[in-house]
Ligand binder design. Structure first.
Ligand code: UGA
Length: 433
């Protein structure tokens, strides 16, 4: 919304949330999330045409277009628990929009939703006797955390799905015109509603599938002496395969991949496509196996016991350049280390506050420090879980000197120069090597 506000100074955008603390943070100097470049954009437009408020009803009443970006987590109860999307926040929002509106509006689905959600929303919103009409559009977001501003400023594509009726197409044109202020027209793609909803799920599923595919090959590389980075590099030169998203790792994390792939599998089951569901579910299974394998490899190489050993966990965010820790492989690693009665010490440049919240139930068994040298001091091993560039630039000689010997590095992101570390005396293990 900040980026839209930046490019459309004549459009007034009000961001509302029921969480007052969050809204206050958005109004302050300390934004509630870390995202490179975001603060500059917010500061440029805040108070001009971008406003933050807790007056949800007032903002809905005033708006011509409502973007709904409430969360759609994996359902934790009842039918579809652990796989389906929990749509209760979306439905409550739809009912709220209906209750307070006194004129027709365009409602834009920004949240990631199961295919055909718009149908349910349309029937809730248009079941009114106020004589007003709501046109529902789907405009899924493709930005990735850590590169969000760049992804929004120069998107590969913007997708807008609408009903193929005159009203649906007219609403679609309004939102196309909004993006067209800075996105070249040929990159703004329009489809029917269901294609748009499904494209978001399948885009994430394909990305996650690439990581699980290369991670599965990483296991084979470790057995055979092939090097997964070399394999991926050469494969990626084939234009049909492409070089991106082929980095073997300790596993993928983040709030989207696991949730969306499981949701896709659930939808397939719902439509009786059991084999298709199994195919996609295996992407998540492979990810869990990869995380497990990482800790097992640590254990095996550290003489099958890590009990009471200090282990420095380098990085807790699910990827570099974010403070977000949702579904982070580091969380799984720490939990497994604790199950082995090791003593994890977590270091991360941005994610310590979130890590403390995630590990609230085991705070007495874990240490946190922003200083990686302190984390590694007296440690038997380093488990590198996040590819923060800062880690690469550390003085590894100094780190080696402070550690117990033999000093192990398990590089879950293939970030470090293994040759250099080995020359310093480290025992180095990388993914797929
Ligand atoms: C992902 C998609 O990339 C976005 O296009 C999408 O809009 C977003 O989900 C969403 O649905 O909101 P995000 O979760 O922010 O974005 O992060 P990614 O860059 O996709 O990374 C996901 C995980 O995969 C991270 O843990 C990352 O470290 C890992 N990864 C990524 C690998 O292990 N190997 C790779 O080659 C690439």
């Amino acid at each position: 919304m900040s980026v839209i506000a930046e490019h459309a100074p004549d459009v007034k955008i009000t961001i509302v949330d029921i969480n007052a603390a969050r809204i206050e943070a958005w109004k302050s100097d300390n934004l509630p999330i870390y995202e490179p470049g975001l603060k500059d954009v917010v500061e440029k437009v805040r108070g001009k045409n971008l406003f933050f408020s807790t007056d949800v009803e007032g903002a809905i009443r005033e708006a011509d277009i409502v973007f709904v970006a409430v969360n759609t987590p994996t359902k934790t109860f009842g039918q579809g628990a652990g796989m389906a999307s929990d749509l209760q926040y979306w439905e409550k929002t739809a009912r709220n929009i209906l209750a307070v509106s006194d004129r027709s509006k365009i409602i834009v689905e920004k949240s990631t939703l199961p295919v055909r959600t718009a149908e349910a929303m349309a029937s809730i919103l248009n079941s009114n006797d106020k004589g007003i009409h709501f046109e529902i559009l789907s405009n899924p977001e493709f930005l990735a955390e850590g590169t969000a501003i760049r992804d929004l400023e120069e998107p590969d594509r913007v997708l807008i799905g609408s009903a193929q009726t005159p009203e649906g197409l007219a609403a679609c044109r309004e939102v196309v015109d909004l993006y067209a202020r800075w996105v070249p027209r040929e990159k703004i793609l329009t489809t029917n509603l269901w294609s748009s909803e499904l494209t978001k799920l399948t885009s994430n599923a394909f990305l996650a599938q690439r990581i699980s595919s290369i991670n599965s090959i990483s296991a084979l590389c470790e057995k055979t002496g092939a090097d997964v980075s070399e394999v991926a590099k050469v494969m990626g030169q084939d234009q049909r395969i492409g070089p991106h998203f082929l980095k073997a790792s300790v596993g993928f994390g983040g709030s989207c991949f696991r949730k969306d792939v499981l949701n896709l599998a659930y939808l397939c089951e719902h439509y009786g496509l059991h084999e298709v569901a199994c195919y996609w579910k295996s992407v998540v299974d492979m990810n869990e196996w990869q995380e497990k394998r990482f800790v097992l490899r640590m254990l095996e190489n550290m003489f099958n016991t890590i009990a009471s050993k200090r282990i420095a966990v380098f990085g807790f965010a699910f990827k570099a350049d974010t403070g977000d820790t949702r579904e982070s492989p580091a969380y799984y690693v720490v939990k497994e280390l604790l199950a082995e009665r090791a003593h994890p010490v977590i270091t991360d440049p941005k994610a310590i506050p979130e890590a403390k919240k995630d590990l609230a139930d085991v705070l007495d068994q874990v240490e946190f420090t922003e200083d990686p040298y302190e984390a590694a001091k007296g440690a038997h091993a380093i488990a590198l879980c996040t590819e923060w560039k800062d880690f690469k630039a550390l003085n590894w000689k100094k780190i080696y000197e402070g550690m117990e010997k033999p000093a192990f590095v398990f590089d879950g992101r293939n970030l470090l120069d293994a040759g250099k570390l080995k020359r310093l005396g480290f025992q180095v293990f990388q993914i797929g090597k």
